[in-house]
Design a binder for this molecule. Structure first.
Ligand code: AMP
Length: 210
């Protein structure tokens, strides 16, 4: 099963992608996590991406497309994968088609901007494994430490209020047109992102198994 998760930043793509990944035993490929890892390793891609990610802009298509092309060549994607945060522009979606990758389902989690603001400002991210929590909706049982690996939870630089507004603008301008793109392909499934995490997971599983 080859799956794409669509939705604004903070809609819950990463959280739900983790559940799908466990359930179907297929890798979650988060371009945001790959870029943040490159940033902390100080690699060339990380240096190139730094100013974009920190200002809430998108990293250039050419960089991200190449990153995904290489990731999809790895063996663990043979039985399927979940793309979390890619494609984010129409040229990225076209590049994915040009790679000859067949997409089975596109899950679009829809959430109003006001809720996104509240979610992102309360989001905490593990500095080591990238797992995400929310101070009230989805807290770690270990307080300010990650439930999964025990590392410290931090506020992402791009989860600051002024950057959140910019990321939402970018989402509406550049990523939202993908809904039309995938609706035409007949693969789009819309999920109400206001639902609790558990209810959204059930709705997604139902959509995937339909
Ligand atoms: P995310 O963790 O998915 O919210 O991504 C964080 C940031 O990484 C975004 O605001 C972009 O700067 C960059 N990024 C992640 N995925 C992409 C993508 N597909 N295209 C361009 N930039 C991306």
């Amino acid at each position: 099963m080859n799956i794409i998760m669509l939705g604004a930043p903070g809609a819950g793509k990463g959280t739900q992608a983790e559940f799908i990944s466990d359930r179907y035993n297929i890798p979650q490929i988060s371009t945001g996590n790959i870029i943040r890892e490159a940033l902390s390793n100080g690699s060339e891609i990380g240096k190139e991406a730094k100013s974009y990610i920190e200002s809430g802009a998108l990293v250039p298509d050419s960089v991200v497309i190449e990153m995904v092309r290489q990731r999809l060549r790895q063996d663990d994607t043979k039985n399927g994968f979940i793309l979390d945060g890619f494609p984010r522009t129409v040229p990225q979606a076209k590049a994915l088609e040009d790679m000859g990758v067949a997409i089975d389902k596109v899950i679009d989690i829809e959430v109003a901007d006001e809720i996104i603001l509240e979610r992102l400002s309360g989001r905490r991210t593990c500095s080591s494994c990238g797992a995400t929590f929310h101070i009230s909706n989805n807290p770690s049982s270990k307080g300010n430490l990650c439930d999964k690996c025990g590392a410290e939870l931090t506020i992402r630089k791009d989860d600051k209020p002024e950057t959140i507004a910019q990321r939402l603008r970018v989402y509406h301008e550049q990523t939202e047109p993908l809904k039309d793109f995938y609706e035409k392909h007949g693969a789009l499934q819309i999920i109400d992102g206001k639902l609790s995490i558990e209810k959204a997971t059930s709705a997604i599983m139902e959509a995937l198994e339909a």
